[in-house]
Design a protein around this ligand. Structure first.
Ligand SMILES: Cc1cc2nc3c(=O)[nH]c(=O)nc-3n(C[C@H](O)[C@H](O)[C@H](O)COP(=O)(O)O)c2cc1C
Length: 362
Protein backbone atom coordinates (compact mmCIF):
# COMPACT_ATOMS: atom_id res chain seq x y z
CA UNK A 1 0.00 0.00 0.00
CA UNK A 2 3.02 2.27 0.34
CA UNK A 3 2.46 4.21 -2.91
CA UNK A 4 -0.98 5.27 -1.65
CA UNK A 5 0.62 6.67 1.49
CA UNK A 6 3.27 8.78 -0.17
CA UNK A 7 2.74 12.54 -0.06
CA UNK A 8 1.64 14.36 -3.20
CA UNK A 9 1.76 18.00 -4.23
CA UNK A 10 -1.31 19.28 -6.12
CA UNK A 11 -0.15 22.80 -7.00
CA UNK A 12 -0.05 24.71 -3.71
CA UNK A 13 -1.71 21.90 -1.77
CA UNK A 14 0.40 19.26 -0.05
CA UNK A 15 -1.40 15.94 0.46
CA UNK A 16 -0.08 13.53 3.10
CA UNK A 17 -1.53 10.55 1.22
CA UNK A 18 -3.02 9.81 -2.20
CA UNK A 19 -6.51 8.76 -1.15
CA UNK A 20 -8.79 11.66 -2.06
CA UNK A 21 -12.43 11.96 -1.04
CA UNK A 22 -14.47 12.36 -4.24
CA UNK A 23 -17.11 15.10 -4.44
CA UNK A 24 -20.40 13.80 -3.02
CA UNK A 25 -23.68 15.70 -3.01
CA UNK A 26 -25.42 14.96 0.29
CA UNK A 27 -28.26 17.53 0.32
CA UNK A 28 -27.91 18.70 3.93
CA UNK A 29 -27.62 22.48 3.38
CA UNK A 30 -31.35 23.32 3.41
CA UNK A 31 -33.32 25.58 1.09
CA UNK A 32 -30.97 28.52 1.78
CA UNK A 33 -28.10 26.42 0.37
CA UNK A 34 -26.07 27.31 3.44
CA UNK A 35 -23.59 24.93 5.09
CA UNK A 36 -24.14 24.20 8.77
CA UNK A 37 -22.68 22.37 11.77
CA UNK A 38 -24.03 19.03 10.60
CA UNK A 39 -21.94 19.38 7.46
CA UNK A 40 -18.93 20.56 9.47
CA UNK A 41 -19.13 17.40 11.59
CA UNK A 42 -19.46 15.17 8.50
CA UNK A 43 -16.44 16.64 6.74
CA UNK A 44 -14.37 16.70 9.95
CA UNK A 45 -15.00 12.95 10.35
CA UNK A 46 -13.41 12.45 6.93
CA UNK A 47 -10.38 14.73 7.42
CA UNK A 48 -8.01 11.74 7.14
CA UNK A 49 -8.41 11.91 3.34
CA UNK A 50 -5.33 13.18 1.51
CA UNK A 51 -7.70 15.84 0.19
CA UNK A 52 -11.46 16.34 0.50
CA UNK A 53 -13.22 17.59 -2.61
CA UNK A 54 -16.43 19.17 -1.35
CA UNK A 55 -19.83 18.22 -2.62
CA UNK A 56 -20.81 20.17 -5.73
CA UNK A 57 -21.46 23.77 -4.66
CA UNK A 58 -23.52 26.22 -6.69
CA UNK A 59 -21.75 29.36 -7.88
CA UNK A 60 -25.11 31.17 -8.23
CA UNK A 61 -28.81 30.50 -7.65
CA UNK A 62 -29.11 30.26 -11.43
CA UNK A 63 -26.59 27.44 -11.44
CA UNK A 64 -27.90 25.41 -8.50
CA UNK A 65 -30.91 23.15 -8.98
CA UNK A 66 -30.26 20.29 -6.58
CA UNK A 67 -32.56 20.60 -3.54
CA UNK A 68 -30.69 21.31 -0.30
CA UNK A 69 -27.26 21.42 -1.96
CA UNK A 70 -24.95 24.25 -0.84
CA UNK A 71 -23.86 27.42 -2.61
CA UNK A 72 -21.01 29.90 -2.48
CA UNK A 73 -22.53 33.17 -3.60
CA UNK A 74 -23.69 34.78 -0.36
CA UNK A 75 -22.04 36.05 2.79
CA UNK A 76 -24.05 33.55 4.85
CA UNK A 77 -22.82 30.68 2.72
CA UNK A 78 -19.23 31.85 3.11
CA UNK A 79 -19.74 31.94 6.89
CA UNK A 80 -21.29 28.47 6.81
CA UNK A 81 -18.40 27.07 4.80
CA UNK A 82 -15.93 28.74 7.17
CA UNK A 83 -17.39 26.56 9.92
CA UNK A 84 -16.77 23.49 7.71
CA UNK A 85 -13.22 24.37 6.67
CA UNK A 86 -12.29 25.25 10.27
CA UNK A 87 -13.53 21.85 11.43
CA UNK A 88 -11.64 20.02 8.69
CA UNK A 89 -8.44 21.92 9.45
CA UNK A 90 -8.82 21.33 13.20
CA UNK A 91 -8.84 17.60 12.39
CA UNK A 92 -5.72 17.89 10.25
CA UNK A 93 -7.42 17.87 6.84
CA UNK A 94 -7.46 19.82 3.59
CA UNK A 95 -10.53 20.68 1.50
CA UNK A 96 -11.24 22.25 -1.89
CA UNK A 97 -14.65 23.50 -3.08
CA UNK A 98 -16.19 21.92 -6.16
CA UNK A 99 -17.62 24.85 -8.16
CA UNK A 100 -20.87 23.94 -9.88
CA UNK A 101 -23.12 25.44 -12.51
CA UNK A 102 -25.68 22.85 -13.52
CA UNK A 103 -26.73 24.64 -16.73
CA UNK A 104 -29.76 22.98 -18.32
CA UNK A 105 -30.10 20.62 -15.35
CA UNK A 106 -31.48 23.37 -13.08
CA UNK A 107 -35.25 23.11 -12.78
CA UNK A 108 -37.07 26.48 -12.68
CA UNK A 109 -39.11 25.36 -9.67
CA UNK A 110 -35.85 25.50 -7.67
CA UNK A 111 -34.17 28.56 -9.24
CA UNK A 112 -37.25 30.52 -10.43
CA UNK A 113 -35.33 31.02 -13.70
CA UNK A 114 -35.29 29.41 -17.11
CA UNK A 115 -32.13 27.29 -17.23
CA UNK A 116 -29.20 28.41 -19.33
CA UNK A 117 -26.90 26.20 -21.38
CA UNK A 118 -24.56 26.28 -24.35
CA UNK A 119 -27.56 25.68 -26.62
CA UNK A 120 -31.35 25.58 -26.49
CA UNK A 121 -31.64 21.92 -25.53
CA UNK A 122 -33.58 19.88 -23.00
CA UNK A 123 -31.94 17.26 -20.80
CA UNK A 124 -33.52 13.80 -20.82
CA UNK A 125 -35.24 12.27 -17.80
CA UNK A 126 -36.28 14.06 -14.65
CA UNK A 127 -34.95 16.74 -12.31
CA UNK A 128 -34.94 16.38 -8.52
CA UNK A 129 -37.00 19.31 -7.17
CA UNK A 130 -38.61 20.27 -3.88
CA UNK A 131 -41.86 19.02 -5.43
CA UNK A 132 -40.53 15.61 -6.44
CA UNK A 133 -39.21 14.59 -9.83
CA UNK A 134 -40.15 16.82 -12.74
CA UNK A 135 -39.26 16.70 -16.44
CA UNK A 136 -36.45 19.07 -17.40
CA UNK A 137 -37.43 22.21 -19.27
CA UNK A 138 -35.73 23.58 -22.33
CA UNK A 139 -32.69 25.74 -21.64
CA UNK A 140 -31.97 28.98 -23.45
CA UNK A 141 -28.63 29.36 -25.21
CA UNK A 142 -26.34 31.72 -23.29
CA UNK A 143 -25.61 34.96 -25.13
CA UNK A 144 -22.01 36.18 -25.27
CA UNK A 145 -22.80 38.72 -22.54
CA UNK A 146 -24.24 35.98 -20.35
CA UNK A 147 -21.16 33.85 -20.90
CA UNK A 148 -19.01 36.75 -19.70
CA UNK A 149 -21.23 37.13 -16.64
CA UNK A 150 -21.19 33.40 -15.84
CA UNK A 151 -17.41 33.28 -16.18
CA UNK A 152 -17.23 36.21 -13.73
CA UNK A 153 -19.60 34.31 -11.39
CA UNK A 154 -17.08 31.44 -11.28
CA UNK A 155 -14.33 33.86 -10.30
CA UNK A 156 -16.47 35.40 -7.54
CA UNK A 157 -17.32 31.95 -6.16
CA UNK A 158 -13.63 30.99 -6.23
CA UNK A 159 -12.74 34.11 -4.26
CA UNK A 160 -15.55 33.31 -1.84
CA UNK A 161 -14.11 29.81 -1.44
CA UNK A 162 -10.75 31.21 -0.39
CA UNK A 163 -12.44 33.70 1.95
CA UNK A 164 -14.32 30.74 3.47
CA UNK A 165 -11.03 28.97 4.20
CA UNK A 166 -10.89 26.41 1.40
CA UNK A 167 -7.44 25.35 0.22
CA UNK A 168 -8.52 25.77 -3.37
CA UNK A 169 -11.28 24.91 -5.83
CA UNK A 170 -12.16 22.26 -8.35
CA UNK A 171 -14.13 23.39 -11.41
CA UNK A 172 -16.86 20.81 -12.03
CA UNK A 173 -16.35 19.95 -15.68
CA UNK A 174 -17.93 16.50 -15.44
CA UNK A 175 -21.25 14.67 -15.36
CA UNK A 176 -23.20 16.66 -17.94
CA UNK A 177 -23.23 20.02 -16.13
CA UNK A 178 -22.59 23.43 -17.72
CA UNK A 179 -18.87 23.11 -18.53
CA UNK A 180 -19.57 19.65 -19.98
CA UNK A 181 -22.53 21.10 -21.92
CA UNK A 182 -20.05 23.38 -23.67
CA UNK A 183 -17.33 20.74 -24.10
CA UNK A 184 -19.22 17.91 -25.72
CA UNK A 185 -20.85 18.10 -29.13
CA UNK A 186 -23.93 16.10 -28.08
CA UNK A 187 -25.10 19.15 -26.08
CA UNK A 188 -23.19 22.05 -27.67
CA UNK A 189 -24.86 22.91 -30.98
CA UNK A 190 -23.57 26.49 -31.19
CA UNK A 191 -22.31 27.93 -34.44
CA UNK A 192 -20.34 30.85 -32.93
CA UNK A 193 -16.83 30.81 -31.41
CA UNK A 194 -18.08 28.67 -28.48
CA UNK A 195 -19.30 25.75 -30.63
CA UNK A 196 -18.37 23.52 -33.54
CA UNK A 197 -14.64 22.78 -33.55
CA UNK A 198 -12.89 21.29 -30.51
CA UNK A 199 -10.94 24.54 -30.16
CA UNK A 200 -14.23 26.46 -29.92
CA UNK A 201 -15.85 24.00 -27.51
CA UNK A 202 -12.83 24.33 -25.19
CA UNK A 203 -13.29 28.13 -25.07
CA UNK A 204 -15.80 28.30 -22.21
CA UNK A 205 -13.76 25.95 -19.99
CA UNK A 206 -10.63 27.93 -20.82
CA UNK A 207 -12.26 31.25 -19.90
CA UNK A 208 -13.60 29.81 -16.65
CA UNK A 209 -10.17 28.46 -15.69
CA UNK A 210 -8.41 31.70 -16.61
CA UNK A 211 -10.90 33.70 -14.54
CA UNK A 212 -10.74 31.37 -11.54
CA UNK A 213 -6.94 31.09 -11.75
CA UNK A 214 -6.71 34.89 -12.07
CA UNK A 215 -8.88 35.27 -8.97
CA UNK A 216 -7.14 32.85 -6.61
CA UNK A 217 -3.93 31.70 -8.32
CA UNK A 218 -3.82 28.75 -10.73
CA UNK A 219 -1.84 26.71 -8.20
CA UNK A 220 -5.09 26.37 -6.21
CA UNK A 221 -7.27 25.21 -9.12
CA UNK A 222 -8.18 21.74 -10.37
CA UNK A 223 -10.85 20.44 -12.75
CA UNK A 224 -12.97 17.27 -12.96
CA UNK A 225 -14.04 15.50 -16.16
CA UNK A 226 -16.04 12.39 -16.99
CA UNK A 227 -14.66 11.83 -20.48
CA UNK A 228 -15.81 8.33 -21.31
CA UNK A 229 -19.37 8.28 -20.02
CA UNK A 230 -22.67 9.37 -21.45
CA UNK A 231 -24.14 11.27 -18.54
CA UNK A 232 -27.34 13.28 -18.11
CA UNK A 233 -27.77 13.36 -21.87
CA UNK A 234 -24.25 14.64 -22.58
CA UNK A 235 -21.82 12.76 -24.79
CA UNK A 236 -19.28 13.43 -27.49
CA UNK A 237 -18.72 12.00 -30.95
CA UNK A 238 -14.94 11.77 -30.35
CA UNK A 239 -14.06 11.88 -26.65
CA UNK A 240 -10.40 10.93 -27.15
CA UNK A 241 -9.75 13.85 -29.51
CA UNK A 242 -11.71 16.28 -27.33
CA UNK A 243 -10.16 15.38 -23.99
CA UNK A 244 -6.65 15.02 -25.41
CA UNK A 245 -7.01 18.61 -26.63
CA UNK A 246 -8.38 19.58 -23.21
CA UNK A 247 -5.27 18.06 -21.61
CA UNK A 248 -3.04 20.13 -23.89
CA UNK A 249 -5.00 23.24 -22.92
CA UNK A 250 -4.66 22.47 -19.20
CA UNK A 251 -0.93 22.01 -19.71
CA UNK A 252 -0.75 25.47 -21.35
CA UNK A 253 -2.81 27.02 -18.57
CA UNK A 254 -0.67 25.30 -15.90
CA UNK A 255 -3.68 23.81 -14.13
CA UNK A 256 -1.96 21.57 -11.57
CA UNK A 257 -4.42 18.69 -11.32
CA UNK A 258 -7.26 16.90 -13.06
CA UNK A 259 -9.69 14.44 -11.53
CA UNK A 260 -11.00 11.92 -14.05
CA UNK A 261 -14.17 9.99 -13.42
CA UNK A 262 -13.41 7.19 -15.83
CA UNK A 263 -15.34 4.07 -14.98
CA UNK A 264 -14.46 0.68 -16.37
CA UNK A 265 -16.96 -2.12 -16.93
CA UNK A 266 -18.93 -3.00 -14.88
CA UNK A 267 -19.70 0.62 -14.07
CA UNK A 268 -21.65 2.40 -11.35
CA UNK A 269 -22.23 5.32 -13.68
CA UNK A 270 -25.34 3.86 -15.27
CA UNK A 271 -24.03 4.84 -18.66
CA UNK A 272 -22.16 3.50 -21.66
CA UNK A 273 -18.40 3.74 -21.21
CA UNK A 274 -16.36 4.33 -24.32
CA UNK A 275 -12.64 3.70 -24.45
CA UNK A 276 -10.59 5.21 -21.59
CA UNK A 277 -9.30 8.65 -22.38
CA UNK A 278 -6.74 8.92 -19.60
CA UNK A 279 -3.80 7.46 -21.61
CA UNK A 280 -4.21 10.17 -24.27
CA UNK A 281 -4.49 12.83 -21.58
CA UNK A 282 -1.56 11.53 -19.56
CA UNK A 283 0.84 11.79 -22.51
CA UNK A 284 -0.08 15.47 -23.06
CA UNK A 285 -0.30 16.67 -19.49
CA UNK A 286 2.47 16.90 -16.91
CA UNK A 287 0.23 17.84 -13.96
CA UNK A 288 -1.23 15.33 -11.54
CA UNK A 289 -4.10 12.98 -12.40
CA UNK A 290 -6.53 11.76 -9.76
CA UNK A 291 -8.45 8.76 -11.07
CA UNK A 292 -11.97 7.86 -9.94
CA UNK A 293 -14.79 5.40 -10.08
CA UNK A 294 -15.25 1.95 -8.69
CA UNK A 295 -11.75 1.68 -7.25
CA UNK A 296 -10.73 -0.17 -4.15
CA UNK A 297 -7.19 0.30 -2.89
CA UNK A 298 -5.74 -2.70 -4.75
CA UNK A 299 -7.01 -1.56 -8.13
CA UNK A 300 -6.04 2.05 -7.30
CA UNK A 301 -2.56 0.97 -6.28
CA UNK A 302 -2.13 -0.91 -9.57
CA UNK A 303 -3.02 2.21 -11.59
CA UNK A 304 -0.69 4.44 -9.56
CA UNK A 305 2.21 1.97 -9.69
CA UNK A 306 1.70 1.57 -13.44
CA UNK A 307 2.06 5.36 -13.76
CA UNK A 308 -1.49 5.89 -15.11
CA UNK A 309 -2.48 8.16 -12.23
CA UNK A 310 -0.97 9.91 -9.21
CA UNK A 311 -3.83 9.46 -6.76
CA UNK A 312 -7.28 7.91 -6.50
CA UNK A 313 -10.52 9.52 -5.41
CA UNK A 314 -13.10 7.43 -3.67
CA UNK A 315 -16.77 8.27 -3.29
CA UNK A 316 -19.24 5.78 -1.87
CA UNK A 317 -16.75 4.03 0.42
CA UNK A 318 -16.03 7.41 2.05
CA UNK A 319 -19.73 7.90 2.75
CA UNK A 320 -19.87 4.66 4.73
CA UNK A 321 -16.37 4.81 6.23
CA UNK A 322 -15.42 8.17 7.72
CA UNK A 323 -11.99 6.77 8.66
CA UNK A 324 -11.44 5.09 5.30
CA UNK A 325 -7.76 5.99 5.06
CA UNK A 326 -7.04 4.44 8.44
CA UNK A 327 -8.97 1.32 7.51
CA UNK A 328 -6.97 0.99 4.30
CA UNK A 329 -3.71 1.42 6.23
CA UNK A 330 -4.74 -1.30 8.70
CA UNK A 331 -6.42 -3.59 6.16
CA UNK A 332 -9.51 -3.34 8.37
CA UNK A 333 -13.03 -4.34 7.27
CA UNK A 334 -15.42 -1.74 5.86
CA UNK A 335 -18.91 -0.58 6.84
CA UNK A 336 -21.65 -1.10 4.26
CA UNK A 337 -23.26 2.06 2.89
CA UNK A 338 -26.97 2.79 2.64
CA UNK A 339 -27.92 4.54 -0.58
CA UNK A 340 -31.39 5.40 0.75
CA UNK A 341 -29.83 8.08 2.98
CA UNK A 342 -27.52 9.64 0.36
CA UNK A 343 -29.82 12.65 -0.07
CA UNK A 344 -32.31 12.12 2.73
CA UNK A 345 -31.34 15.08 4.97
CA UNK A 346 -30.52 14.97 8.67
CA UNK A 347 -27.86 13.11 10.62
CA UNK A 348 -29.05 9.55 9.92
CA UNK A 349 -26.89 7.91 7.30
CA UNK A 350 -24.67 11.00 7.41
CA UNK A 351 -22.93 11.26 10.76
CA UNK A 352 -23.64 7.82 12.22
CA UNK A 353 -21.32 5.52 10.25
CA UNK A 354 -18.97 4.28 12.97
CA UNK A 355 -15.23 4.82 12.89
CA UNK A 356 -13.07 1.77 13.46
CA UNK A 357 -12.72 1.93 17.22
CA UNK A 358 -16.46 2.48 17.72
CA UNK A 359 -17.25 -0.37 15.32
CA UNK A 360 -14.91 -2.72 17.15
CA UNK A 361 -16.31 -1.70 20.51
CA UNK A 362 -19.89 -2.33 19.37
C1 LIG B 1 -24.33 10.18 -3.37
C2 LIG B 1 -23.43 10.63 -4.50
C3 LIG B 1 -23.25 11.98 -4.73
C4 LIG B 1 -22.39 12.43 -5.72
N1 LIG B 1 -22.18 13.76 -5.88
C5 LIG B 1 -21.26 14.22 -6.76
C6 LIG B 1 -20.94 15.60 -6.82
O1 LIG B 1 -21.45 16.43 -6.05
N2 LIG B 1 -20.02 15.99 -7.74
C7 LIG B 1 -19.42 15.10 -8.59
O2 LIG B 1 -18.59 15.50 -9.41
N3 LIG B 1 -19.69 13.77 -8.53
C8 LIG B 1 -20.57 13.32 -7.62
N4 LIG B 1 -20.80 11.97 -7.50
C9 LIG B 1 -19.94 11.03 -8.23
C10 LIG B 1 -18.78 10.60 -7.29
O3 LIG B 1 -17.89 11.68 -7.06
C11 LIG B 1 -17.97 9.44 -7.89
O4 LIG B 1 -17.55 9.81 -9.18
C12 LIG B 1 -18.76 8.14 -7.97
O5 LIG B 1 -19.39 7.84 -6.73
C13 LIG B 1 -17.85 6.97 -8.38
O6 LIG B 1 -16.82 6.81 -7.41
P1 LIG B 1 -16.86 5.59 -6.38
O7 LIG B 1 -16.96 4.34 -7.19
O8 LIG B 1 -15.59 5.68 -5.61
O9 LIG B 1 -18.10 5.79 -5.53
C14 LIG B 1 -21.70 11.49 -6.54
C15 LIG B 1 -21.91 10.13 -6.32
C16 LIG B 1 -22.74 9.69 -5.32
C17 LIG B 1 -22.89 8.22 -5.07
Amino acid sequence: MSALFEPLQLGAIQLPNRIVMAPLTRARAGMEATPNELMAAYYAQRAGAGLIISEATGITREGLGWPDAPGLWSEYQVEGWQCVTDAVRAHGGRIVAQLWHMGRLVHPSVSCLQPVSSSATTAPDFAHTYMGKKPYVQARAASRDEIRRIVADYAIAARNAITAGFDGVQVHGANGYLVDQFLRDGANLRTDEYGGSIENRLRFMTEVLEAVGGAIGMDRVGIRFSPNIYVQGVEDSNPVALFAAAATRLEELKVPWIELREPRQPTSAGAIPTEPVSPAMRSRYSGKIVINSDFDWNSALERIEAGHADAVSIGRLFIANPDLVRRIALGAPLNDGDSSTYYSGGAAGYLDYPALDEAQAA
